[in-house]
Design a protein. Structure first.
Length: 492
């Protein structure tokens, strides 16, 4: 165990998909031999963003699957830089025929009267990459979530997972309802999202273009709702609360139904398949929470953790939003289906606090000097390691059921059905609320030193390691997932 053995690309994408020259048309039947069908796809985002990378990959896949007969032509910032309700504005361009396709966040559709995706915005429901990926990979669930698009003349091809969404404070951390009350919060337009922040007493607004800068300069904005990869675009919103995840952003790849039906059958099937492949690709190539938080702090940001009572208060204040959502039978059924998947999923990987003095105010576990010894067990699936960027060669021998035994100042780690002779073990020490698991000899690929150190919190039925720091080079991701991604249940 443990052993270790975009922007420039965009031009290449367009070169690849336009290599086959010929007559170009939008949304028509395949023409004479060698003809190229061009499909425009719009987004409010620009190159270098996660959704742009997804569009670029979609273009590559379509070009490959159609042998260059279909060209995907992106239109970045399709409605300009100062448009209000920008996501909805792009969606309307698709509906009016100004674009053939769109990469539209699922959150946006409720404003357009399409409520079939509202379950994805249910507060504190889809709170992990793992869960978002399971949803995007479930054909029946995706079909039901996208089903409402048909009545406005659109067809949904796929739901593509992006990143978890957190509050980012401007002058102070946003960790409890009182931090939002009476203040502006910059959030992309969505009826469900706005209902959530209104429940906290906040004033949500998408503040497009120059309006955002003015509002921040005037001190009217307490923070923004965003993700680690995107928050850097708002330079002053630097204080992220990592363990408050409102939901996970999911992008819908949509096409005007008349355009889809106008494609020759083979080309239509290729475009549909490429969209689904893009969802799988995105799940494997997103920036992980840990990496996103680390990059955020390197850029001068701060990551904090809200206290347990504050998180509960945020969840409690959001209950009226749930009650409203569940008045719709279809949404209630989808929420229940997602909850069933979540019940079997590992706990979310929460980024560790870092950067600035605010990180010192984060929730800290293990205030007691004595670590609660005993036998603990957890199960970490292989998929979770891979999603967080751990090499398969490192992930496979460490995935599955693990048992940690702490007794008389020593620790022992056993994985699955391995022989006890392969167990890693050694002494542990506790100092300033952190436990460090050490080796006394060359063992498990390490020539002495620490396996990892972490703070801990006692939870119902077990412990949770917090702020896991690897003791060996290049093992940060491996240790964070293996020991910090789930609760260790006490079994003895």
């Amino acid at each position: 165990m443990y052993m270790k053995v975009l922007s420039a690309a965009a031009a290449l994408v367009l070169l690849a998909v336009t290599a086959c020259e010929g007559r170009e048309g939008a949304g028509g039947k395949e023409g004479p031999a060698g003809a190229v069908v061009t499909l425009t796809i719009g987004t409010d985002d620009t190159l270098g963003t996660p959704s742009a990378a997804q569009i670029e990959q979609f273009a590559r896949l379509v070009a490959a699957r159609t042998a260059g007969k279909v060209r995907i032509k992106p239109q970045w910032h399709a409605v300009g830089l100062n448009a209000d309700d920008w996501d909805q504005a792009v969606a309307r361009m698709v509906g009016r025929g100004e674009l053939d396709m769109g990469m539209i966040p699922a959150r946006a559709w409720d404003v357009e009267g399409v409520t079939s995706m509202n379950a994805l915005q249910a507060p504190f429901l889809v709170t992990s990459d793992y869960l978002a990926d399971r949803i995007a990979a479930d054909p029946a669930m995706v079909t039901d979530l996208l089903s409402g698009l048909g009545r406005i003349g659109l067809t949904g091809l796929a739901l593509v997972p992006e990143n978890e969404r957190h509050p980012f404070g401007v002058k102070a951390a946003l960790t409890k309802p009182a931090d939002f009350a009476g203040k502006f919060v910059r959030a992309p337009r969505s009826d469900v999202t706005y209902a959530l922040f209104t429940a906290y007493g906040a004033k949500p607004d998408d503040l497009p273009g120059d309006a955002q800068g003015r509002a921040i300069m005037e001190g009217r904005v307490a923070g923004i709702e965003s993700s680690f990869p995107l928050a850097s675009s708002v330079a002053v919103a630097k204080i992220a609360t990592a363990n408050v995840t409102f939901y996970t952003k999911m992008n819908s790849i949509v096409i005007r139904t008349s355009v889809l039906n106008g494609l020759a059958p083979q080309l239509r099937a290729a475009v549909e398949h490429a969209a689904k492949e893009t969802a799988g690709w995105a799940a494997q190539h997103r920036t992980s929470e840990a990496d996103g938080a680390a990059a955020h702090c390197k850029q001068g940001g701060t990551v904090v953790l809200a206290g347990k009572a504050d998180v509960r208060a945020l969840e409690q204040a959001a209950k009226p939003v749930y009650a409203t959502l569940e008045q719709d039978a279809g949404t209630a059924a989808l929420i229940a289906r997602i909850q069933a998947v979540k019940a079997r999923a590992p706990l979310p990987v929460v980024a560790a606090p870092c950067g600035g003095t605010a990180a010192a105010t984060s929730l800290k576990g293990g205030k007691q000097g004595r670590f609660p010894e005993g036998v603990y067990r957890a199960e970490v699936p292989l998929e979770l390691f891979l999603q967080q960027g751990v090499n398969r060669s490192d992930a496979e021998p460490n995935s599955g059921v693990s048992t940690l035994t702490f007794k008389d100042g020593t620790w022992r780690h056993h994985v699955g059905g391995d022989s006890p002779d392969l167990d890693c073990h050694g002494p542990y020490s506790v100092r300033d609320g952190r436990i460090a698991l050490s080796f006394r000899e060359m063992l498990c690929g390490s020539a002495g030193g620490d396996l990892f150190s972490a703070a801990w919190s006692v939870v119902d039925g077990g412990i949770r390691f917090v702020d896991v720091v690897a003791g060996q080079p290049d093992e940060g991701g491996l240790m964070s997932v293996l020991f910090g991604s789930t609760t260790w249940r006490k079994i003895g």
